[in-house]
Ligand binder design. Sequence first.
Ligand code: NAD
Length: 501
Amino acid sequence: MRQIDHHMTGGAPASARSGDVFDPNNGGVQAQVALGDAALLDKAVSAAQAAQPAWAATNPQRRARVMFKFKELVEANMDELAHRLSSEHGKVIADSRGDVQRGLEVIEFCCGIPHALKGEHTQGAGPGIDVFSMRQPLGIGAGITPFNFPAMIPMWMFGPAIATGNAFILKPSERDPSVPVRLCELMLEAGLPEGILQCLHGDKEMVDAIIAHPAIGGISFVGSSDVAHYIYSNGTANNKRVQAMGGAKNHGIVMPDADLDQVVNDLAGAAFGSAGERCMALPVVVPVGEDTADKLREKLIPAINGLRVGISTDEEAHYGPVVNEAHKERVEGWIQKGVDEGAELVIDGRGFALQGHEDGFFIGPSLFDRVTPDMESYKEEIFGPVLQMVRANSFEEALALPSQHQYGNGVAIFTRNGHAAREFAARVNVGMVGINVPIPVPVAYHTFGGWKRSAFGDTNQHGMEGVKFWTKVKTVTARWPDGSPDGGPETNDAFVIPTMG
Ligand code: NAD
């Protein structure tokens, strides 16, 4: 059976434990991934410590050149990366390309790192005194990533961390570990020195070792909220800088004046694309008014019934299988829960079998109507191809739903009314807002991050927030006396807190 090893300087010693990597299209195990421990992390950290000072001292333009070269290499290897990604994750090839491309856009931002790293300077802040600031790397950073974007999210993290002069240890999801390893190989091929980017596989044991390691200065995490909270609280208790992005339950508000054909098209992609395994999916639709709800439902039913579920290499498929059997059971369990709680299951995607791939982890699309905010299946993240309709009577009622939900990652409003959209964007208690945009993932030079239980820590991913997260500010106050006898302060002044007054 194929083995997927750690990617580390000096080669990886054999790991005592390993995990199964499935082929979601067929249901079998396709590879074994090594699962590391604290001793392995120590070895990687030593290599990182040896390499990082010289990398931090390399001028930012040279560091940017590695990013340029890496971008070219990823583009040249796009087909191979997308196929690998789909074979372990299950998303369709076009979507895997999007996963790689969205990560590359962060790398493109990092190509401009010399500009982003420039500090501030004040000439003559006091008599003969200049003040300037510089951004210095944390030293060694670590990234712990989820299964659902195995290319984009590692690049969100290692791009800014490395461009700003850190060494980086990536602990990707053990469910689809091949693409992260390949990205590390391409970074080396692009000219990155050994020791600056290493990929260690593992589960909780490796994560706990990262949280405890005294030489790791910052941890970036993306995954489910309970784990995000665990890593945030334990990492910060160990004096590390931590940003931890968690789960989501994004709502799409449909105003009575919205273009319903456009909404149905957008919703189908945003709710069911990637089998709903996106933190920026739109699994909840909130039509405003019974009339809007009835019309929307009428249009949604044929659109959802027309979705094609297929293997990830099927170019006609709208979405593929979910990542593994356990997740399939979990999603189907939530569908049953919705039925038990009294929601109306309009389309039932359970029991779906794809001919020739009966053991694959496929789930057909499901639609619920008359979901209410007290239901557990509404409060929790399902992370599958399930769309829940919650009917609202007014704009205010619709605005309150995402605002009061425990998650606050993304939200969208569909309307032709600029005033309603403007009010909604300003008042909704959610971190990322789409106006007639169903998946409002900000572009790479803005920043990504949710609110409430969707993110712990106060610095977002990528853009200038990424640069800030991976660096510390140092501020220098400098005076160069002219050497003449009256060039220094009066004797007594030395005992008084200096002011610029
Ligand atoms: P997950 O929390 O199960 O795993 C994420 C990472 O944490 C993996 O590397 C895993 O090995 C590790 N991990 C898992 N359990 C752990 C534990 N008990 N202790 C320590 N580490 C542990 O998440 P997932 O299933 O891989 O990804 C899906 C989740 O990620 C969803 O909740 C989704 O909404 C979320 N997500 C959020 C964002 C965002 O930006 N907010 C983006 C993508 C995915």
